[in-house]
Write a protein that binds this ligand. Sequence first.
Ligand code: 6GU
Length: 248
Amino acid sequence: MRLDIVTIFPEYLEPLNVSLVGKARARGQLDVRVHDLRAWTHDRHNTVDDTPYGGGPGMVMKPDPWGEALDSVIASGEGDTRPTLVVPTPSGRPFTQALAVELSECPWLLFTPARYEGIDRRVIEEYGERLDIHEVSIGDYVLAGGEAAVLVITEAVARLLPGVLGNAESHRDDSFAPGRMADLVEGPVYTKPPEWRGRGIPDVLVSGHHGRIARWRRDEAIRRTALNRPDLMERCDPEVFDGRDREL
Ligand code: 6GU
């Protein structure tokens, strides 16, 4: 997969050299290209923002540098391949595991993280007519810019790429993974030693009884979901609660 990111803070994307995403790059599974938006400005101050039409606080990112930057990145593709445009914005659609899966199936993603009050709307309209586009929010809070959202989205997408996670099964039981644990968050996990500061581990986990272990994990997932995510409980599939008891 190829990833292009156009930003006024290229150094903000340095974490893409680390850990899972960094290793995927080193292995050639991810081709990440970070571009400085100011490379496509032409004035002495490398201006990327201006005051909003209609007044109000803050600044808006000018369309010209974005237009030149996106044209240049798009033209760098092979043949007539086109990137899928991902526009991080607090007014976008919520980023979910389902969207992470959808984006992981795209060969080429182009991210446009903005600072200030966002990008002149005409840029989104223009490229929305030429490219598949997703305006995406990573949650109900406001960040100073979209770069942190790019890191979040990239990590969620990269770990879904074939061969990036060590174990192909590793994301089967993820919180929010489609399938068995759909709409439940995961329960607690334990490792050695069997006693730490006087605290043991649940006996069932060393019982060797795989059916009982699976049922215990399911029950703990439901308990944690009810506690932390009552919104998910509302739309939980009743089958998840008791549909598998026959098999356990
Ligand atoms: Cl994608 N950008 C910004 N600036 N704030 C956000 C966000 C994105 N998602 C949630 N808050």
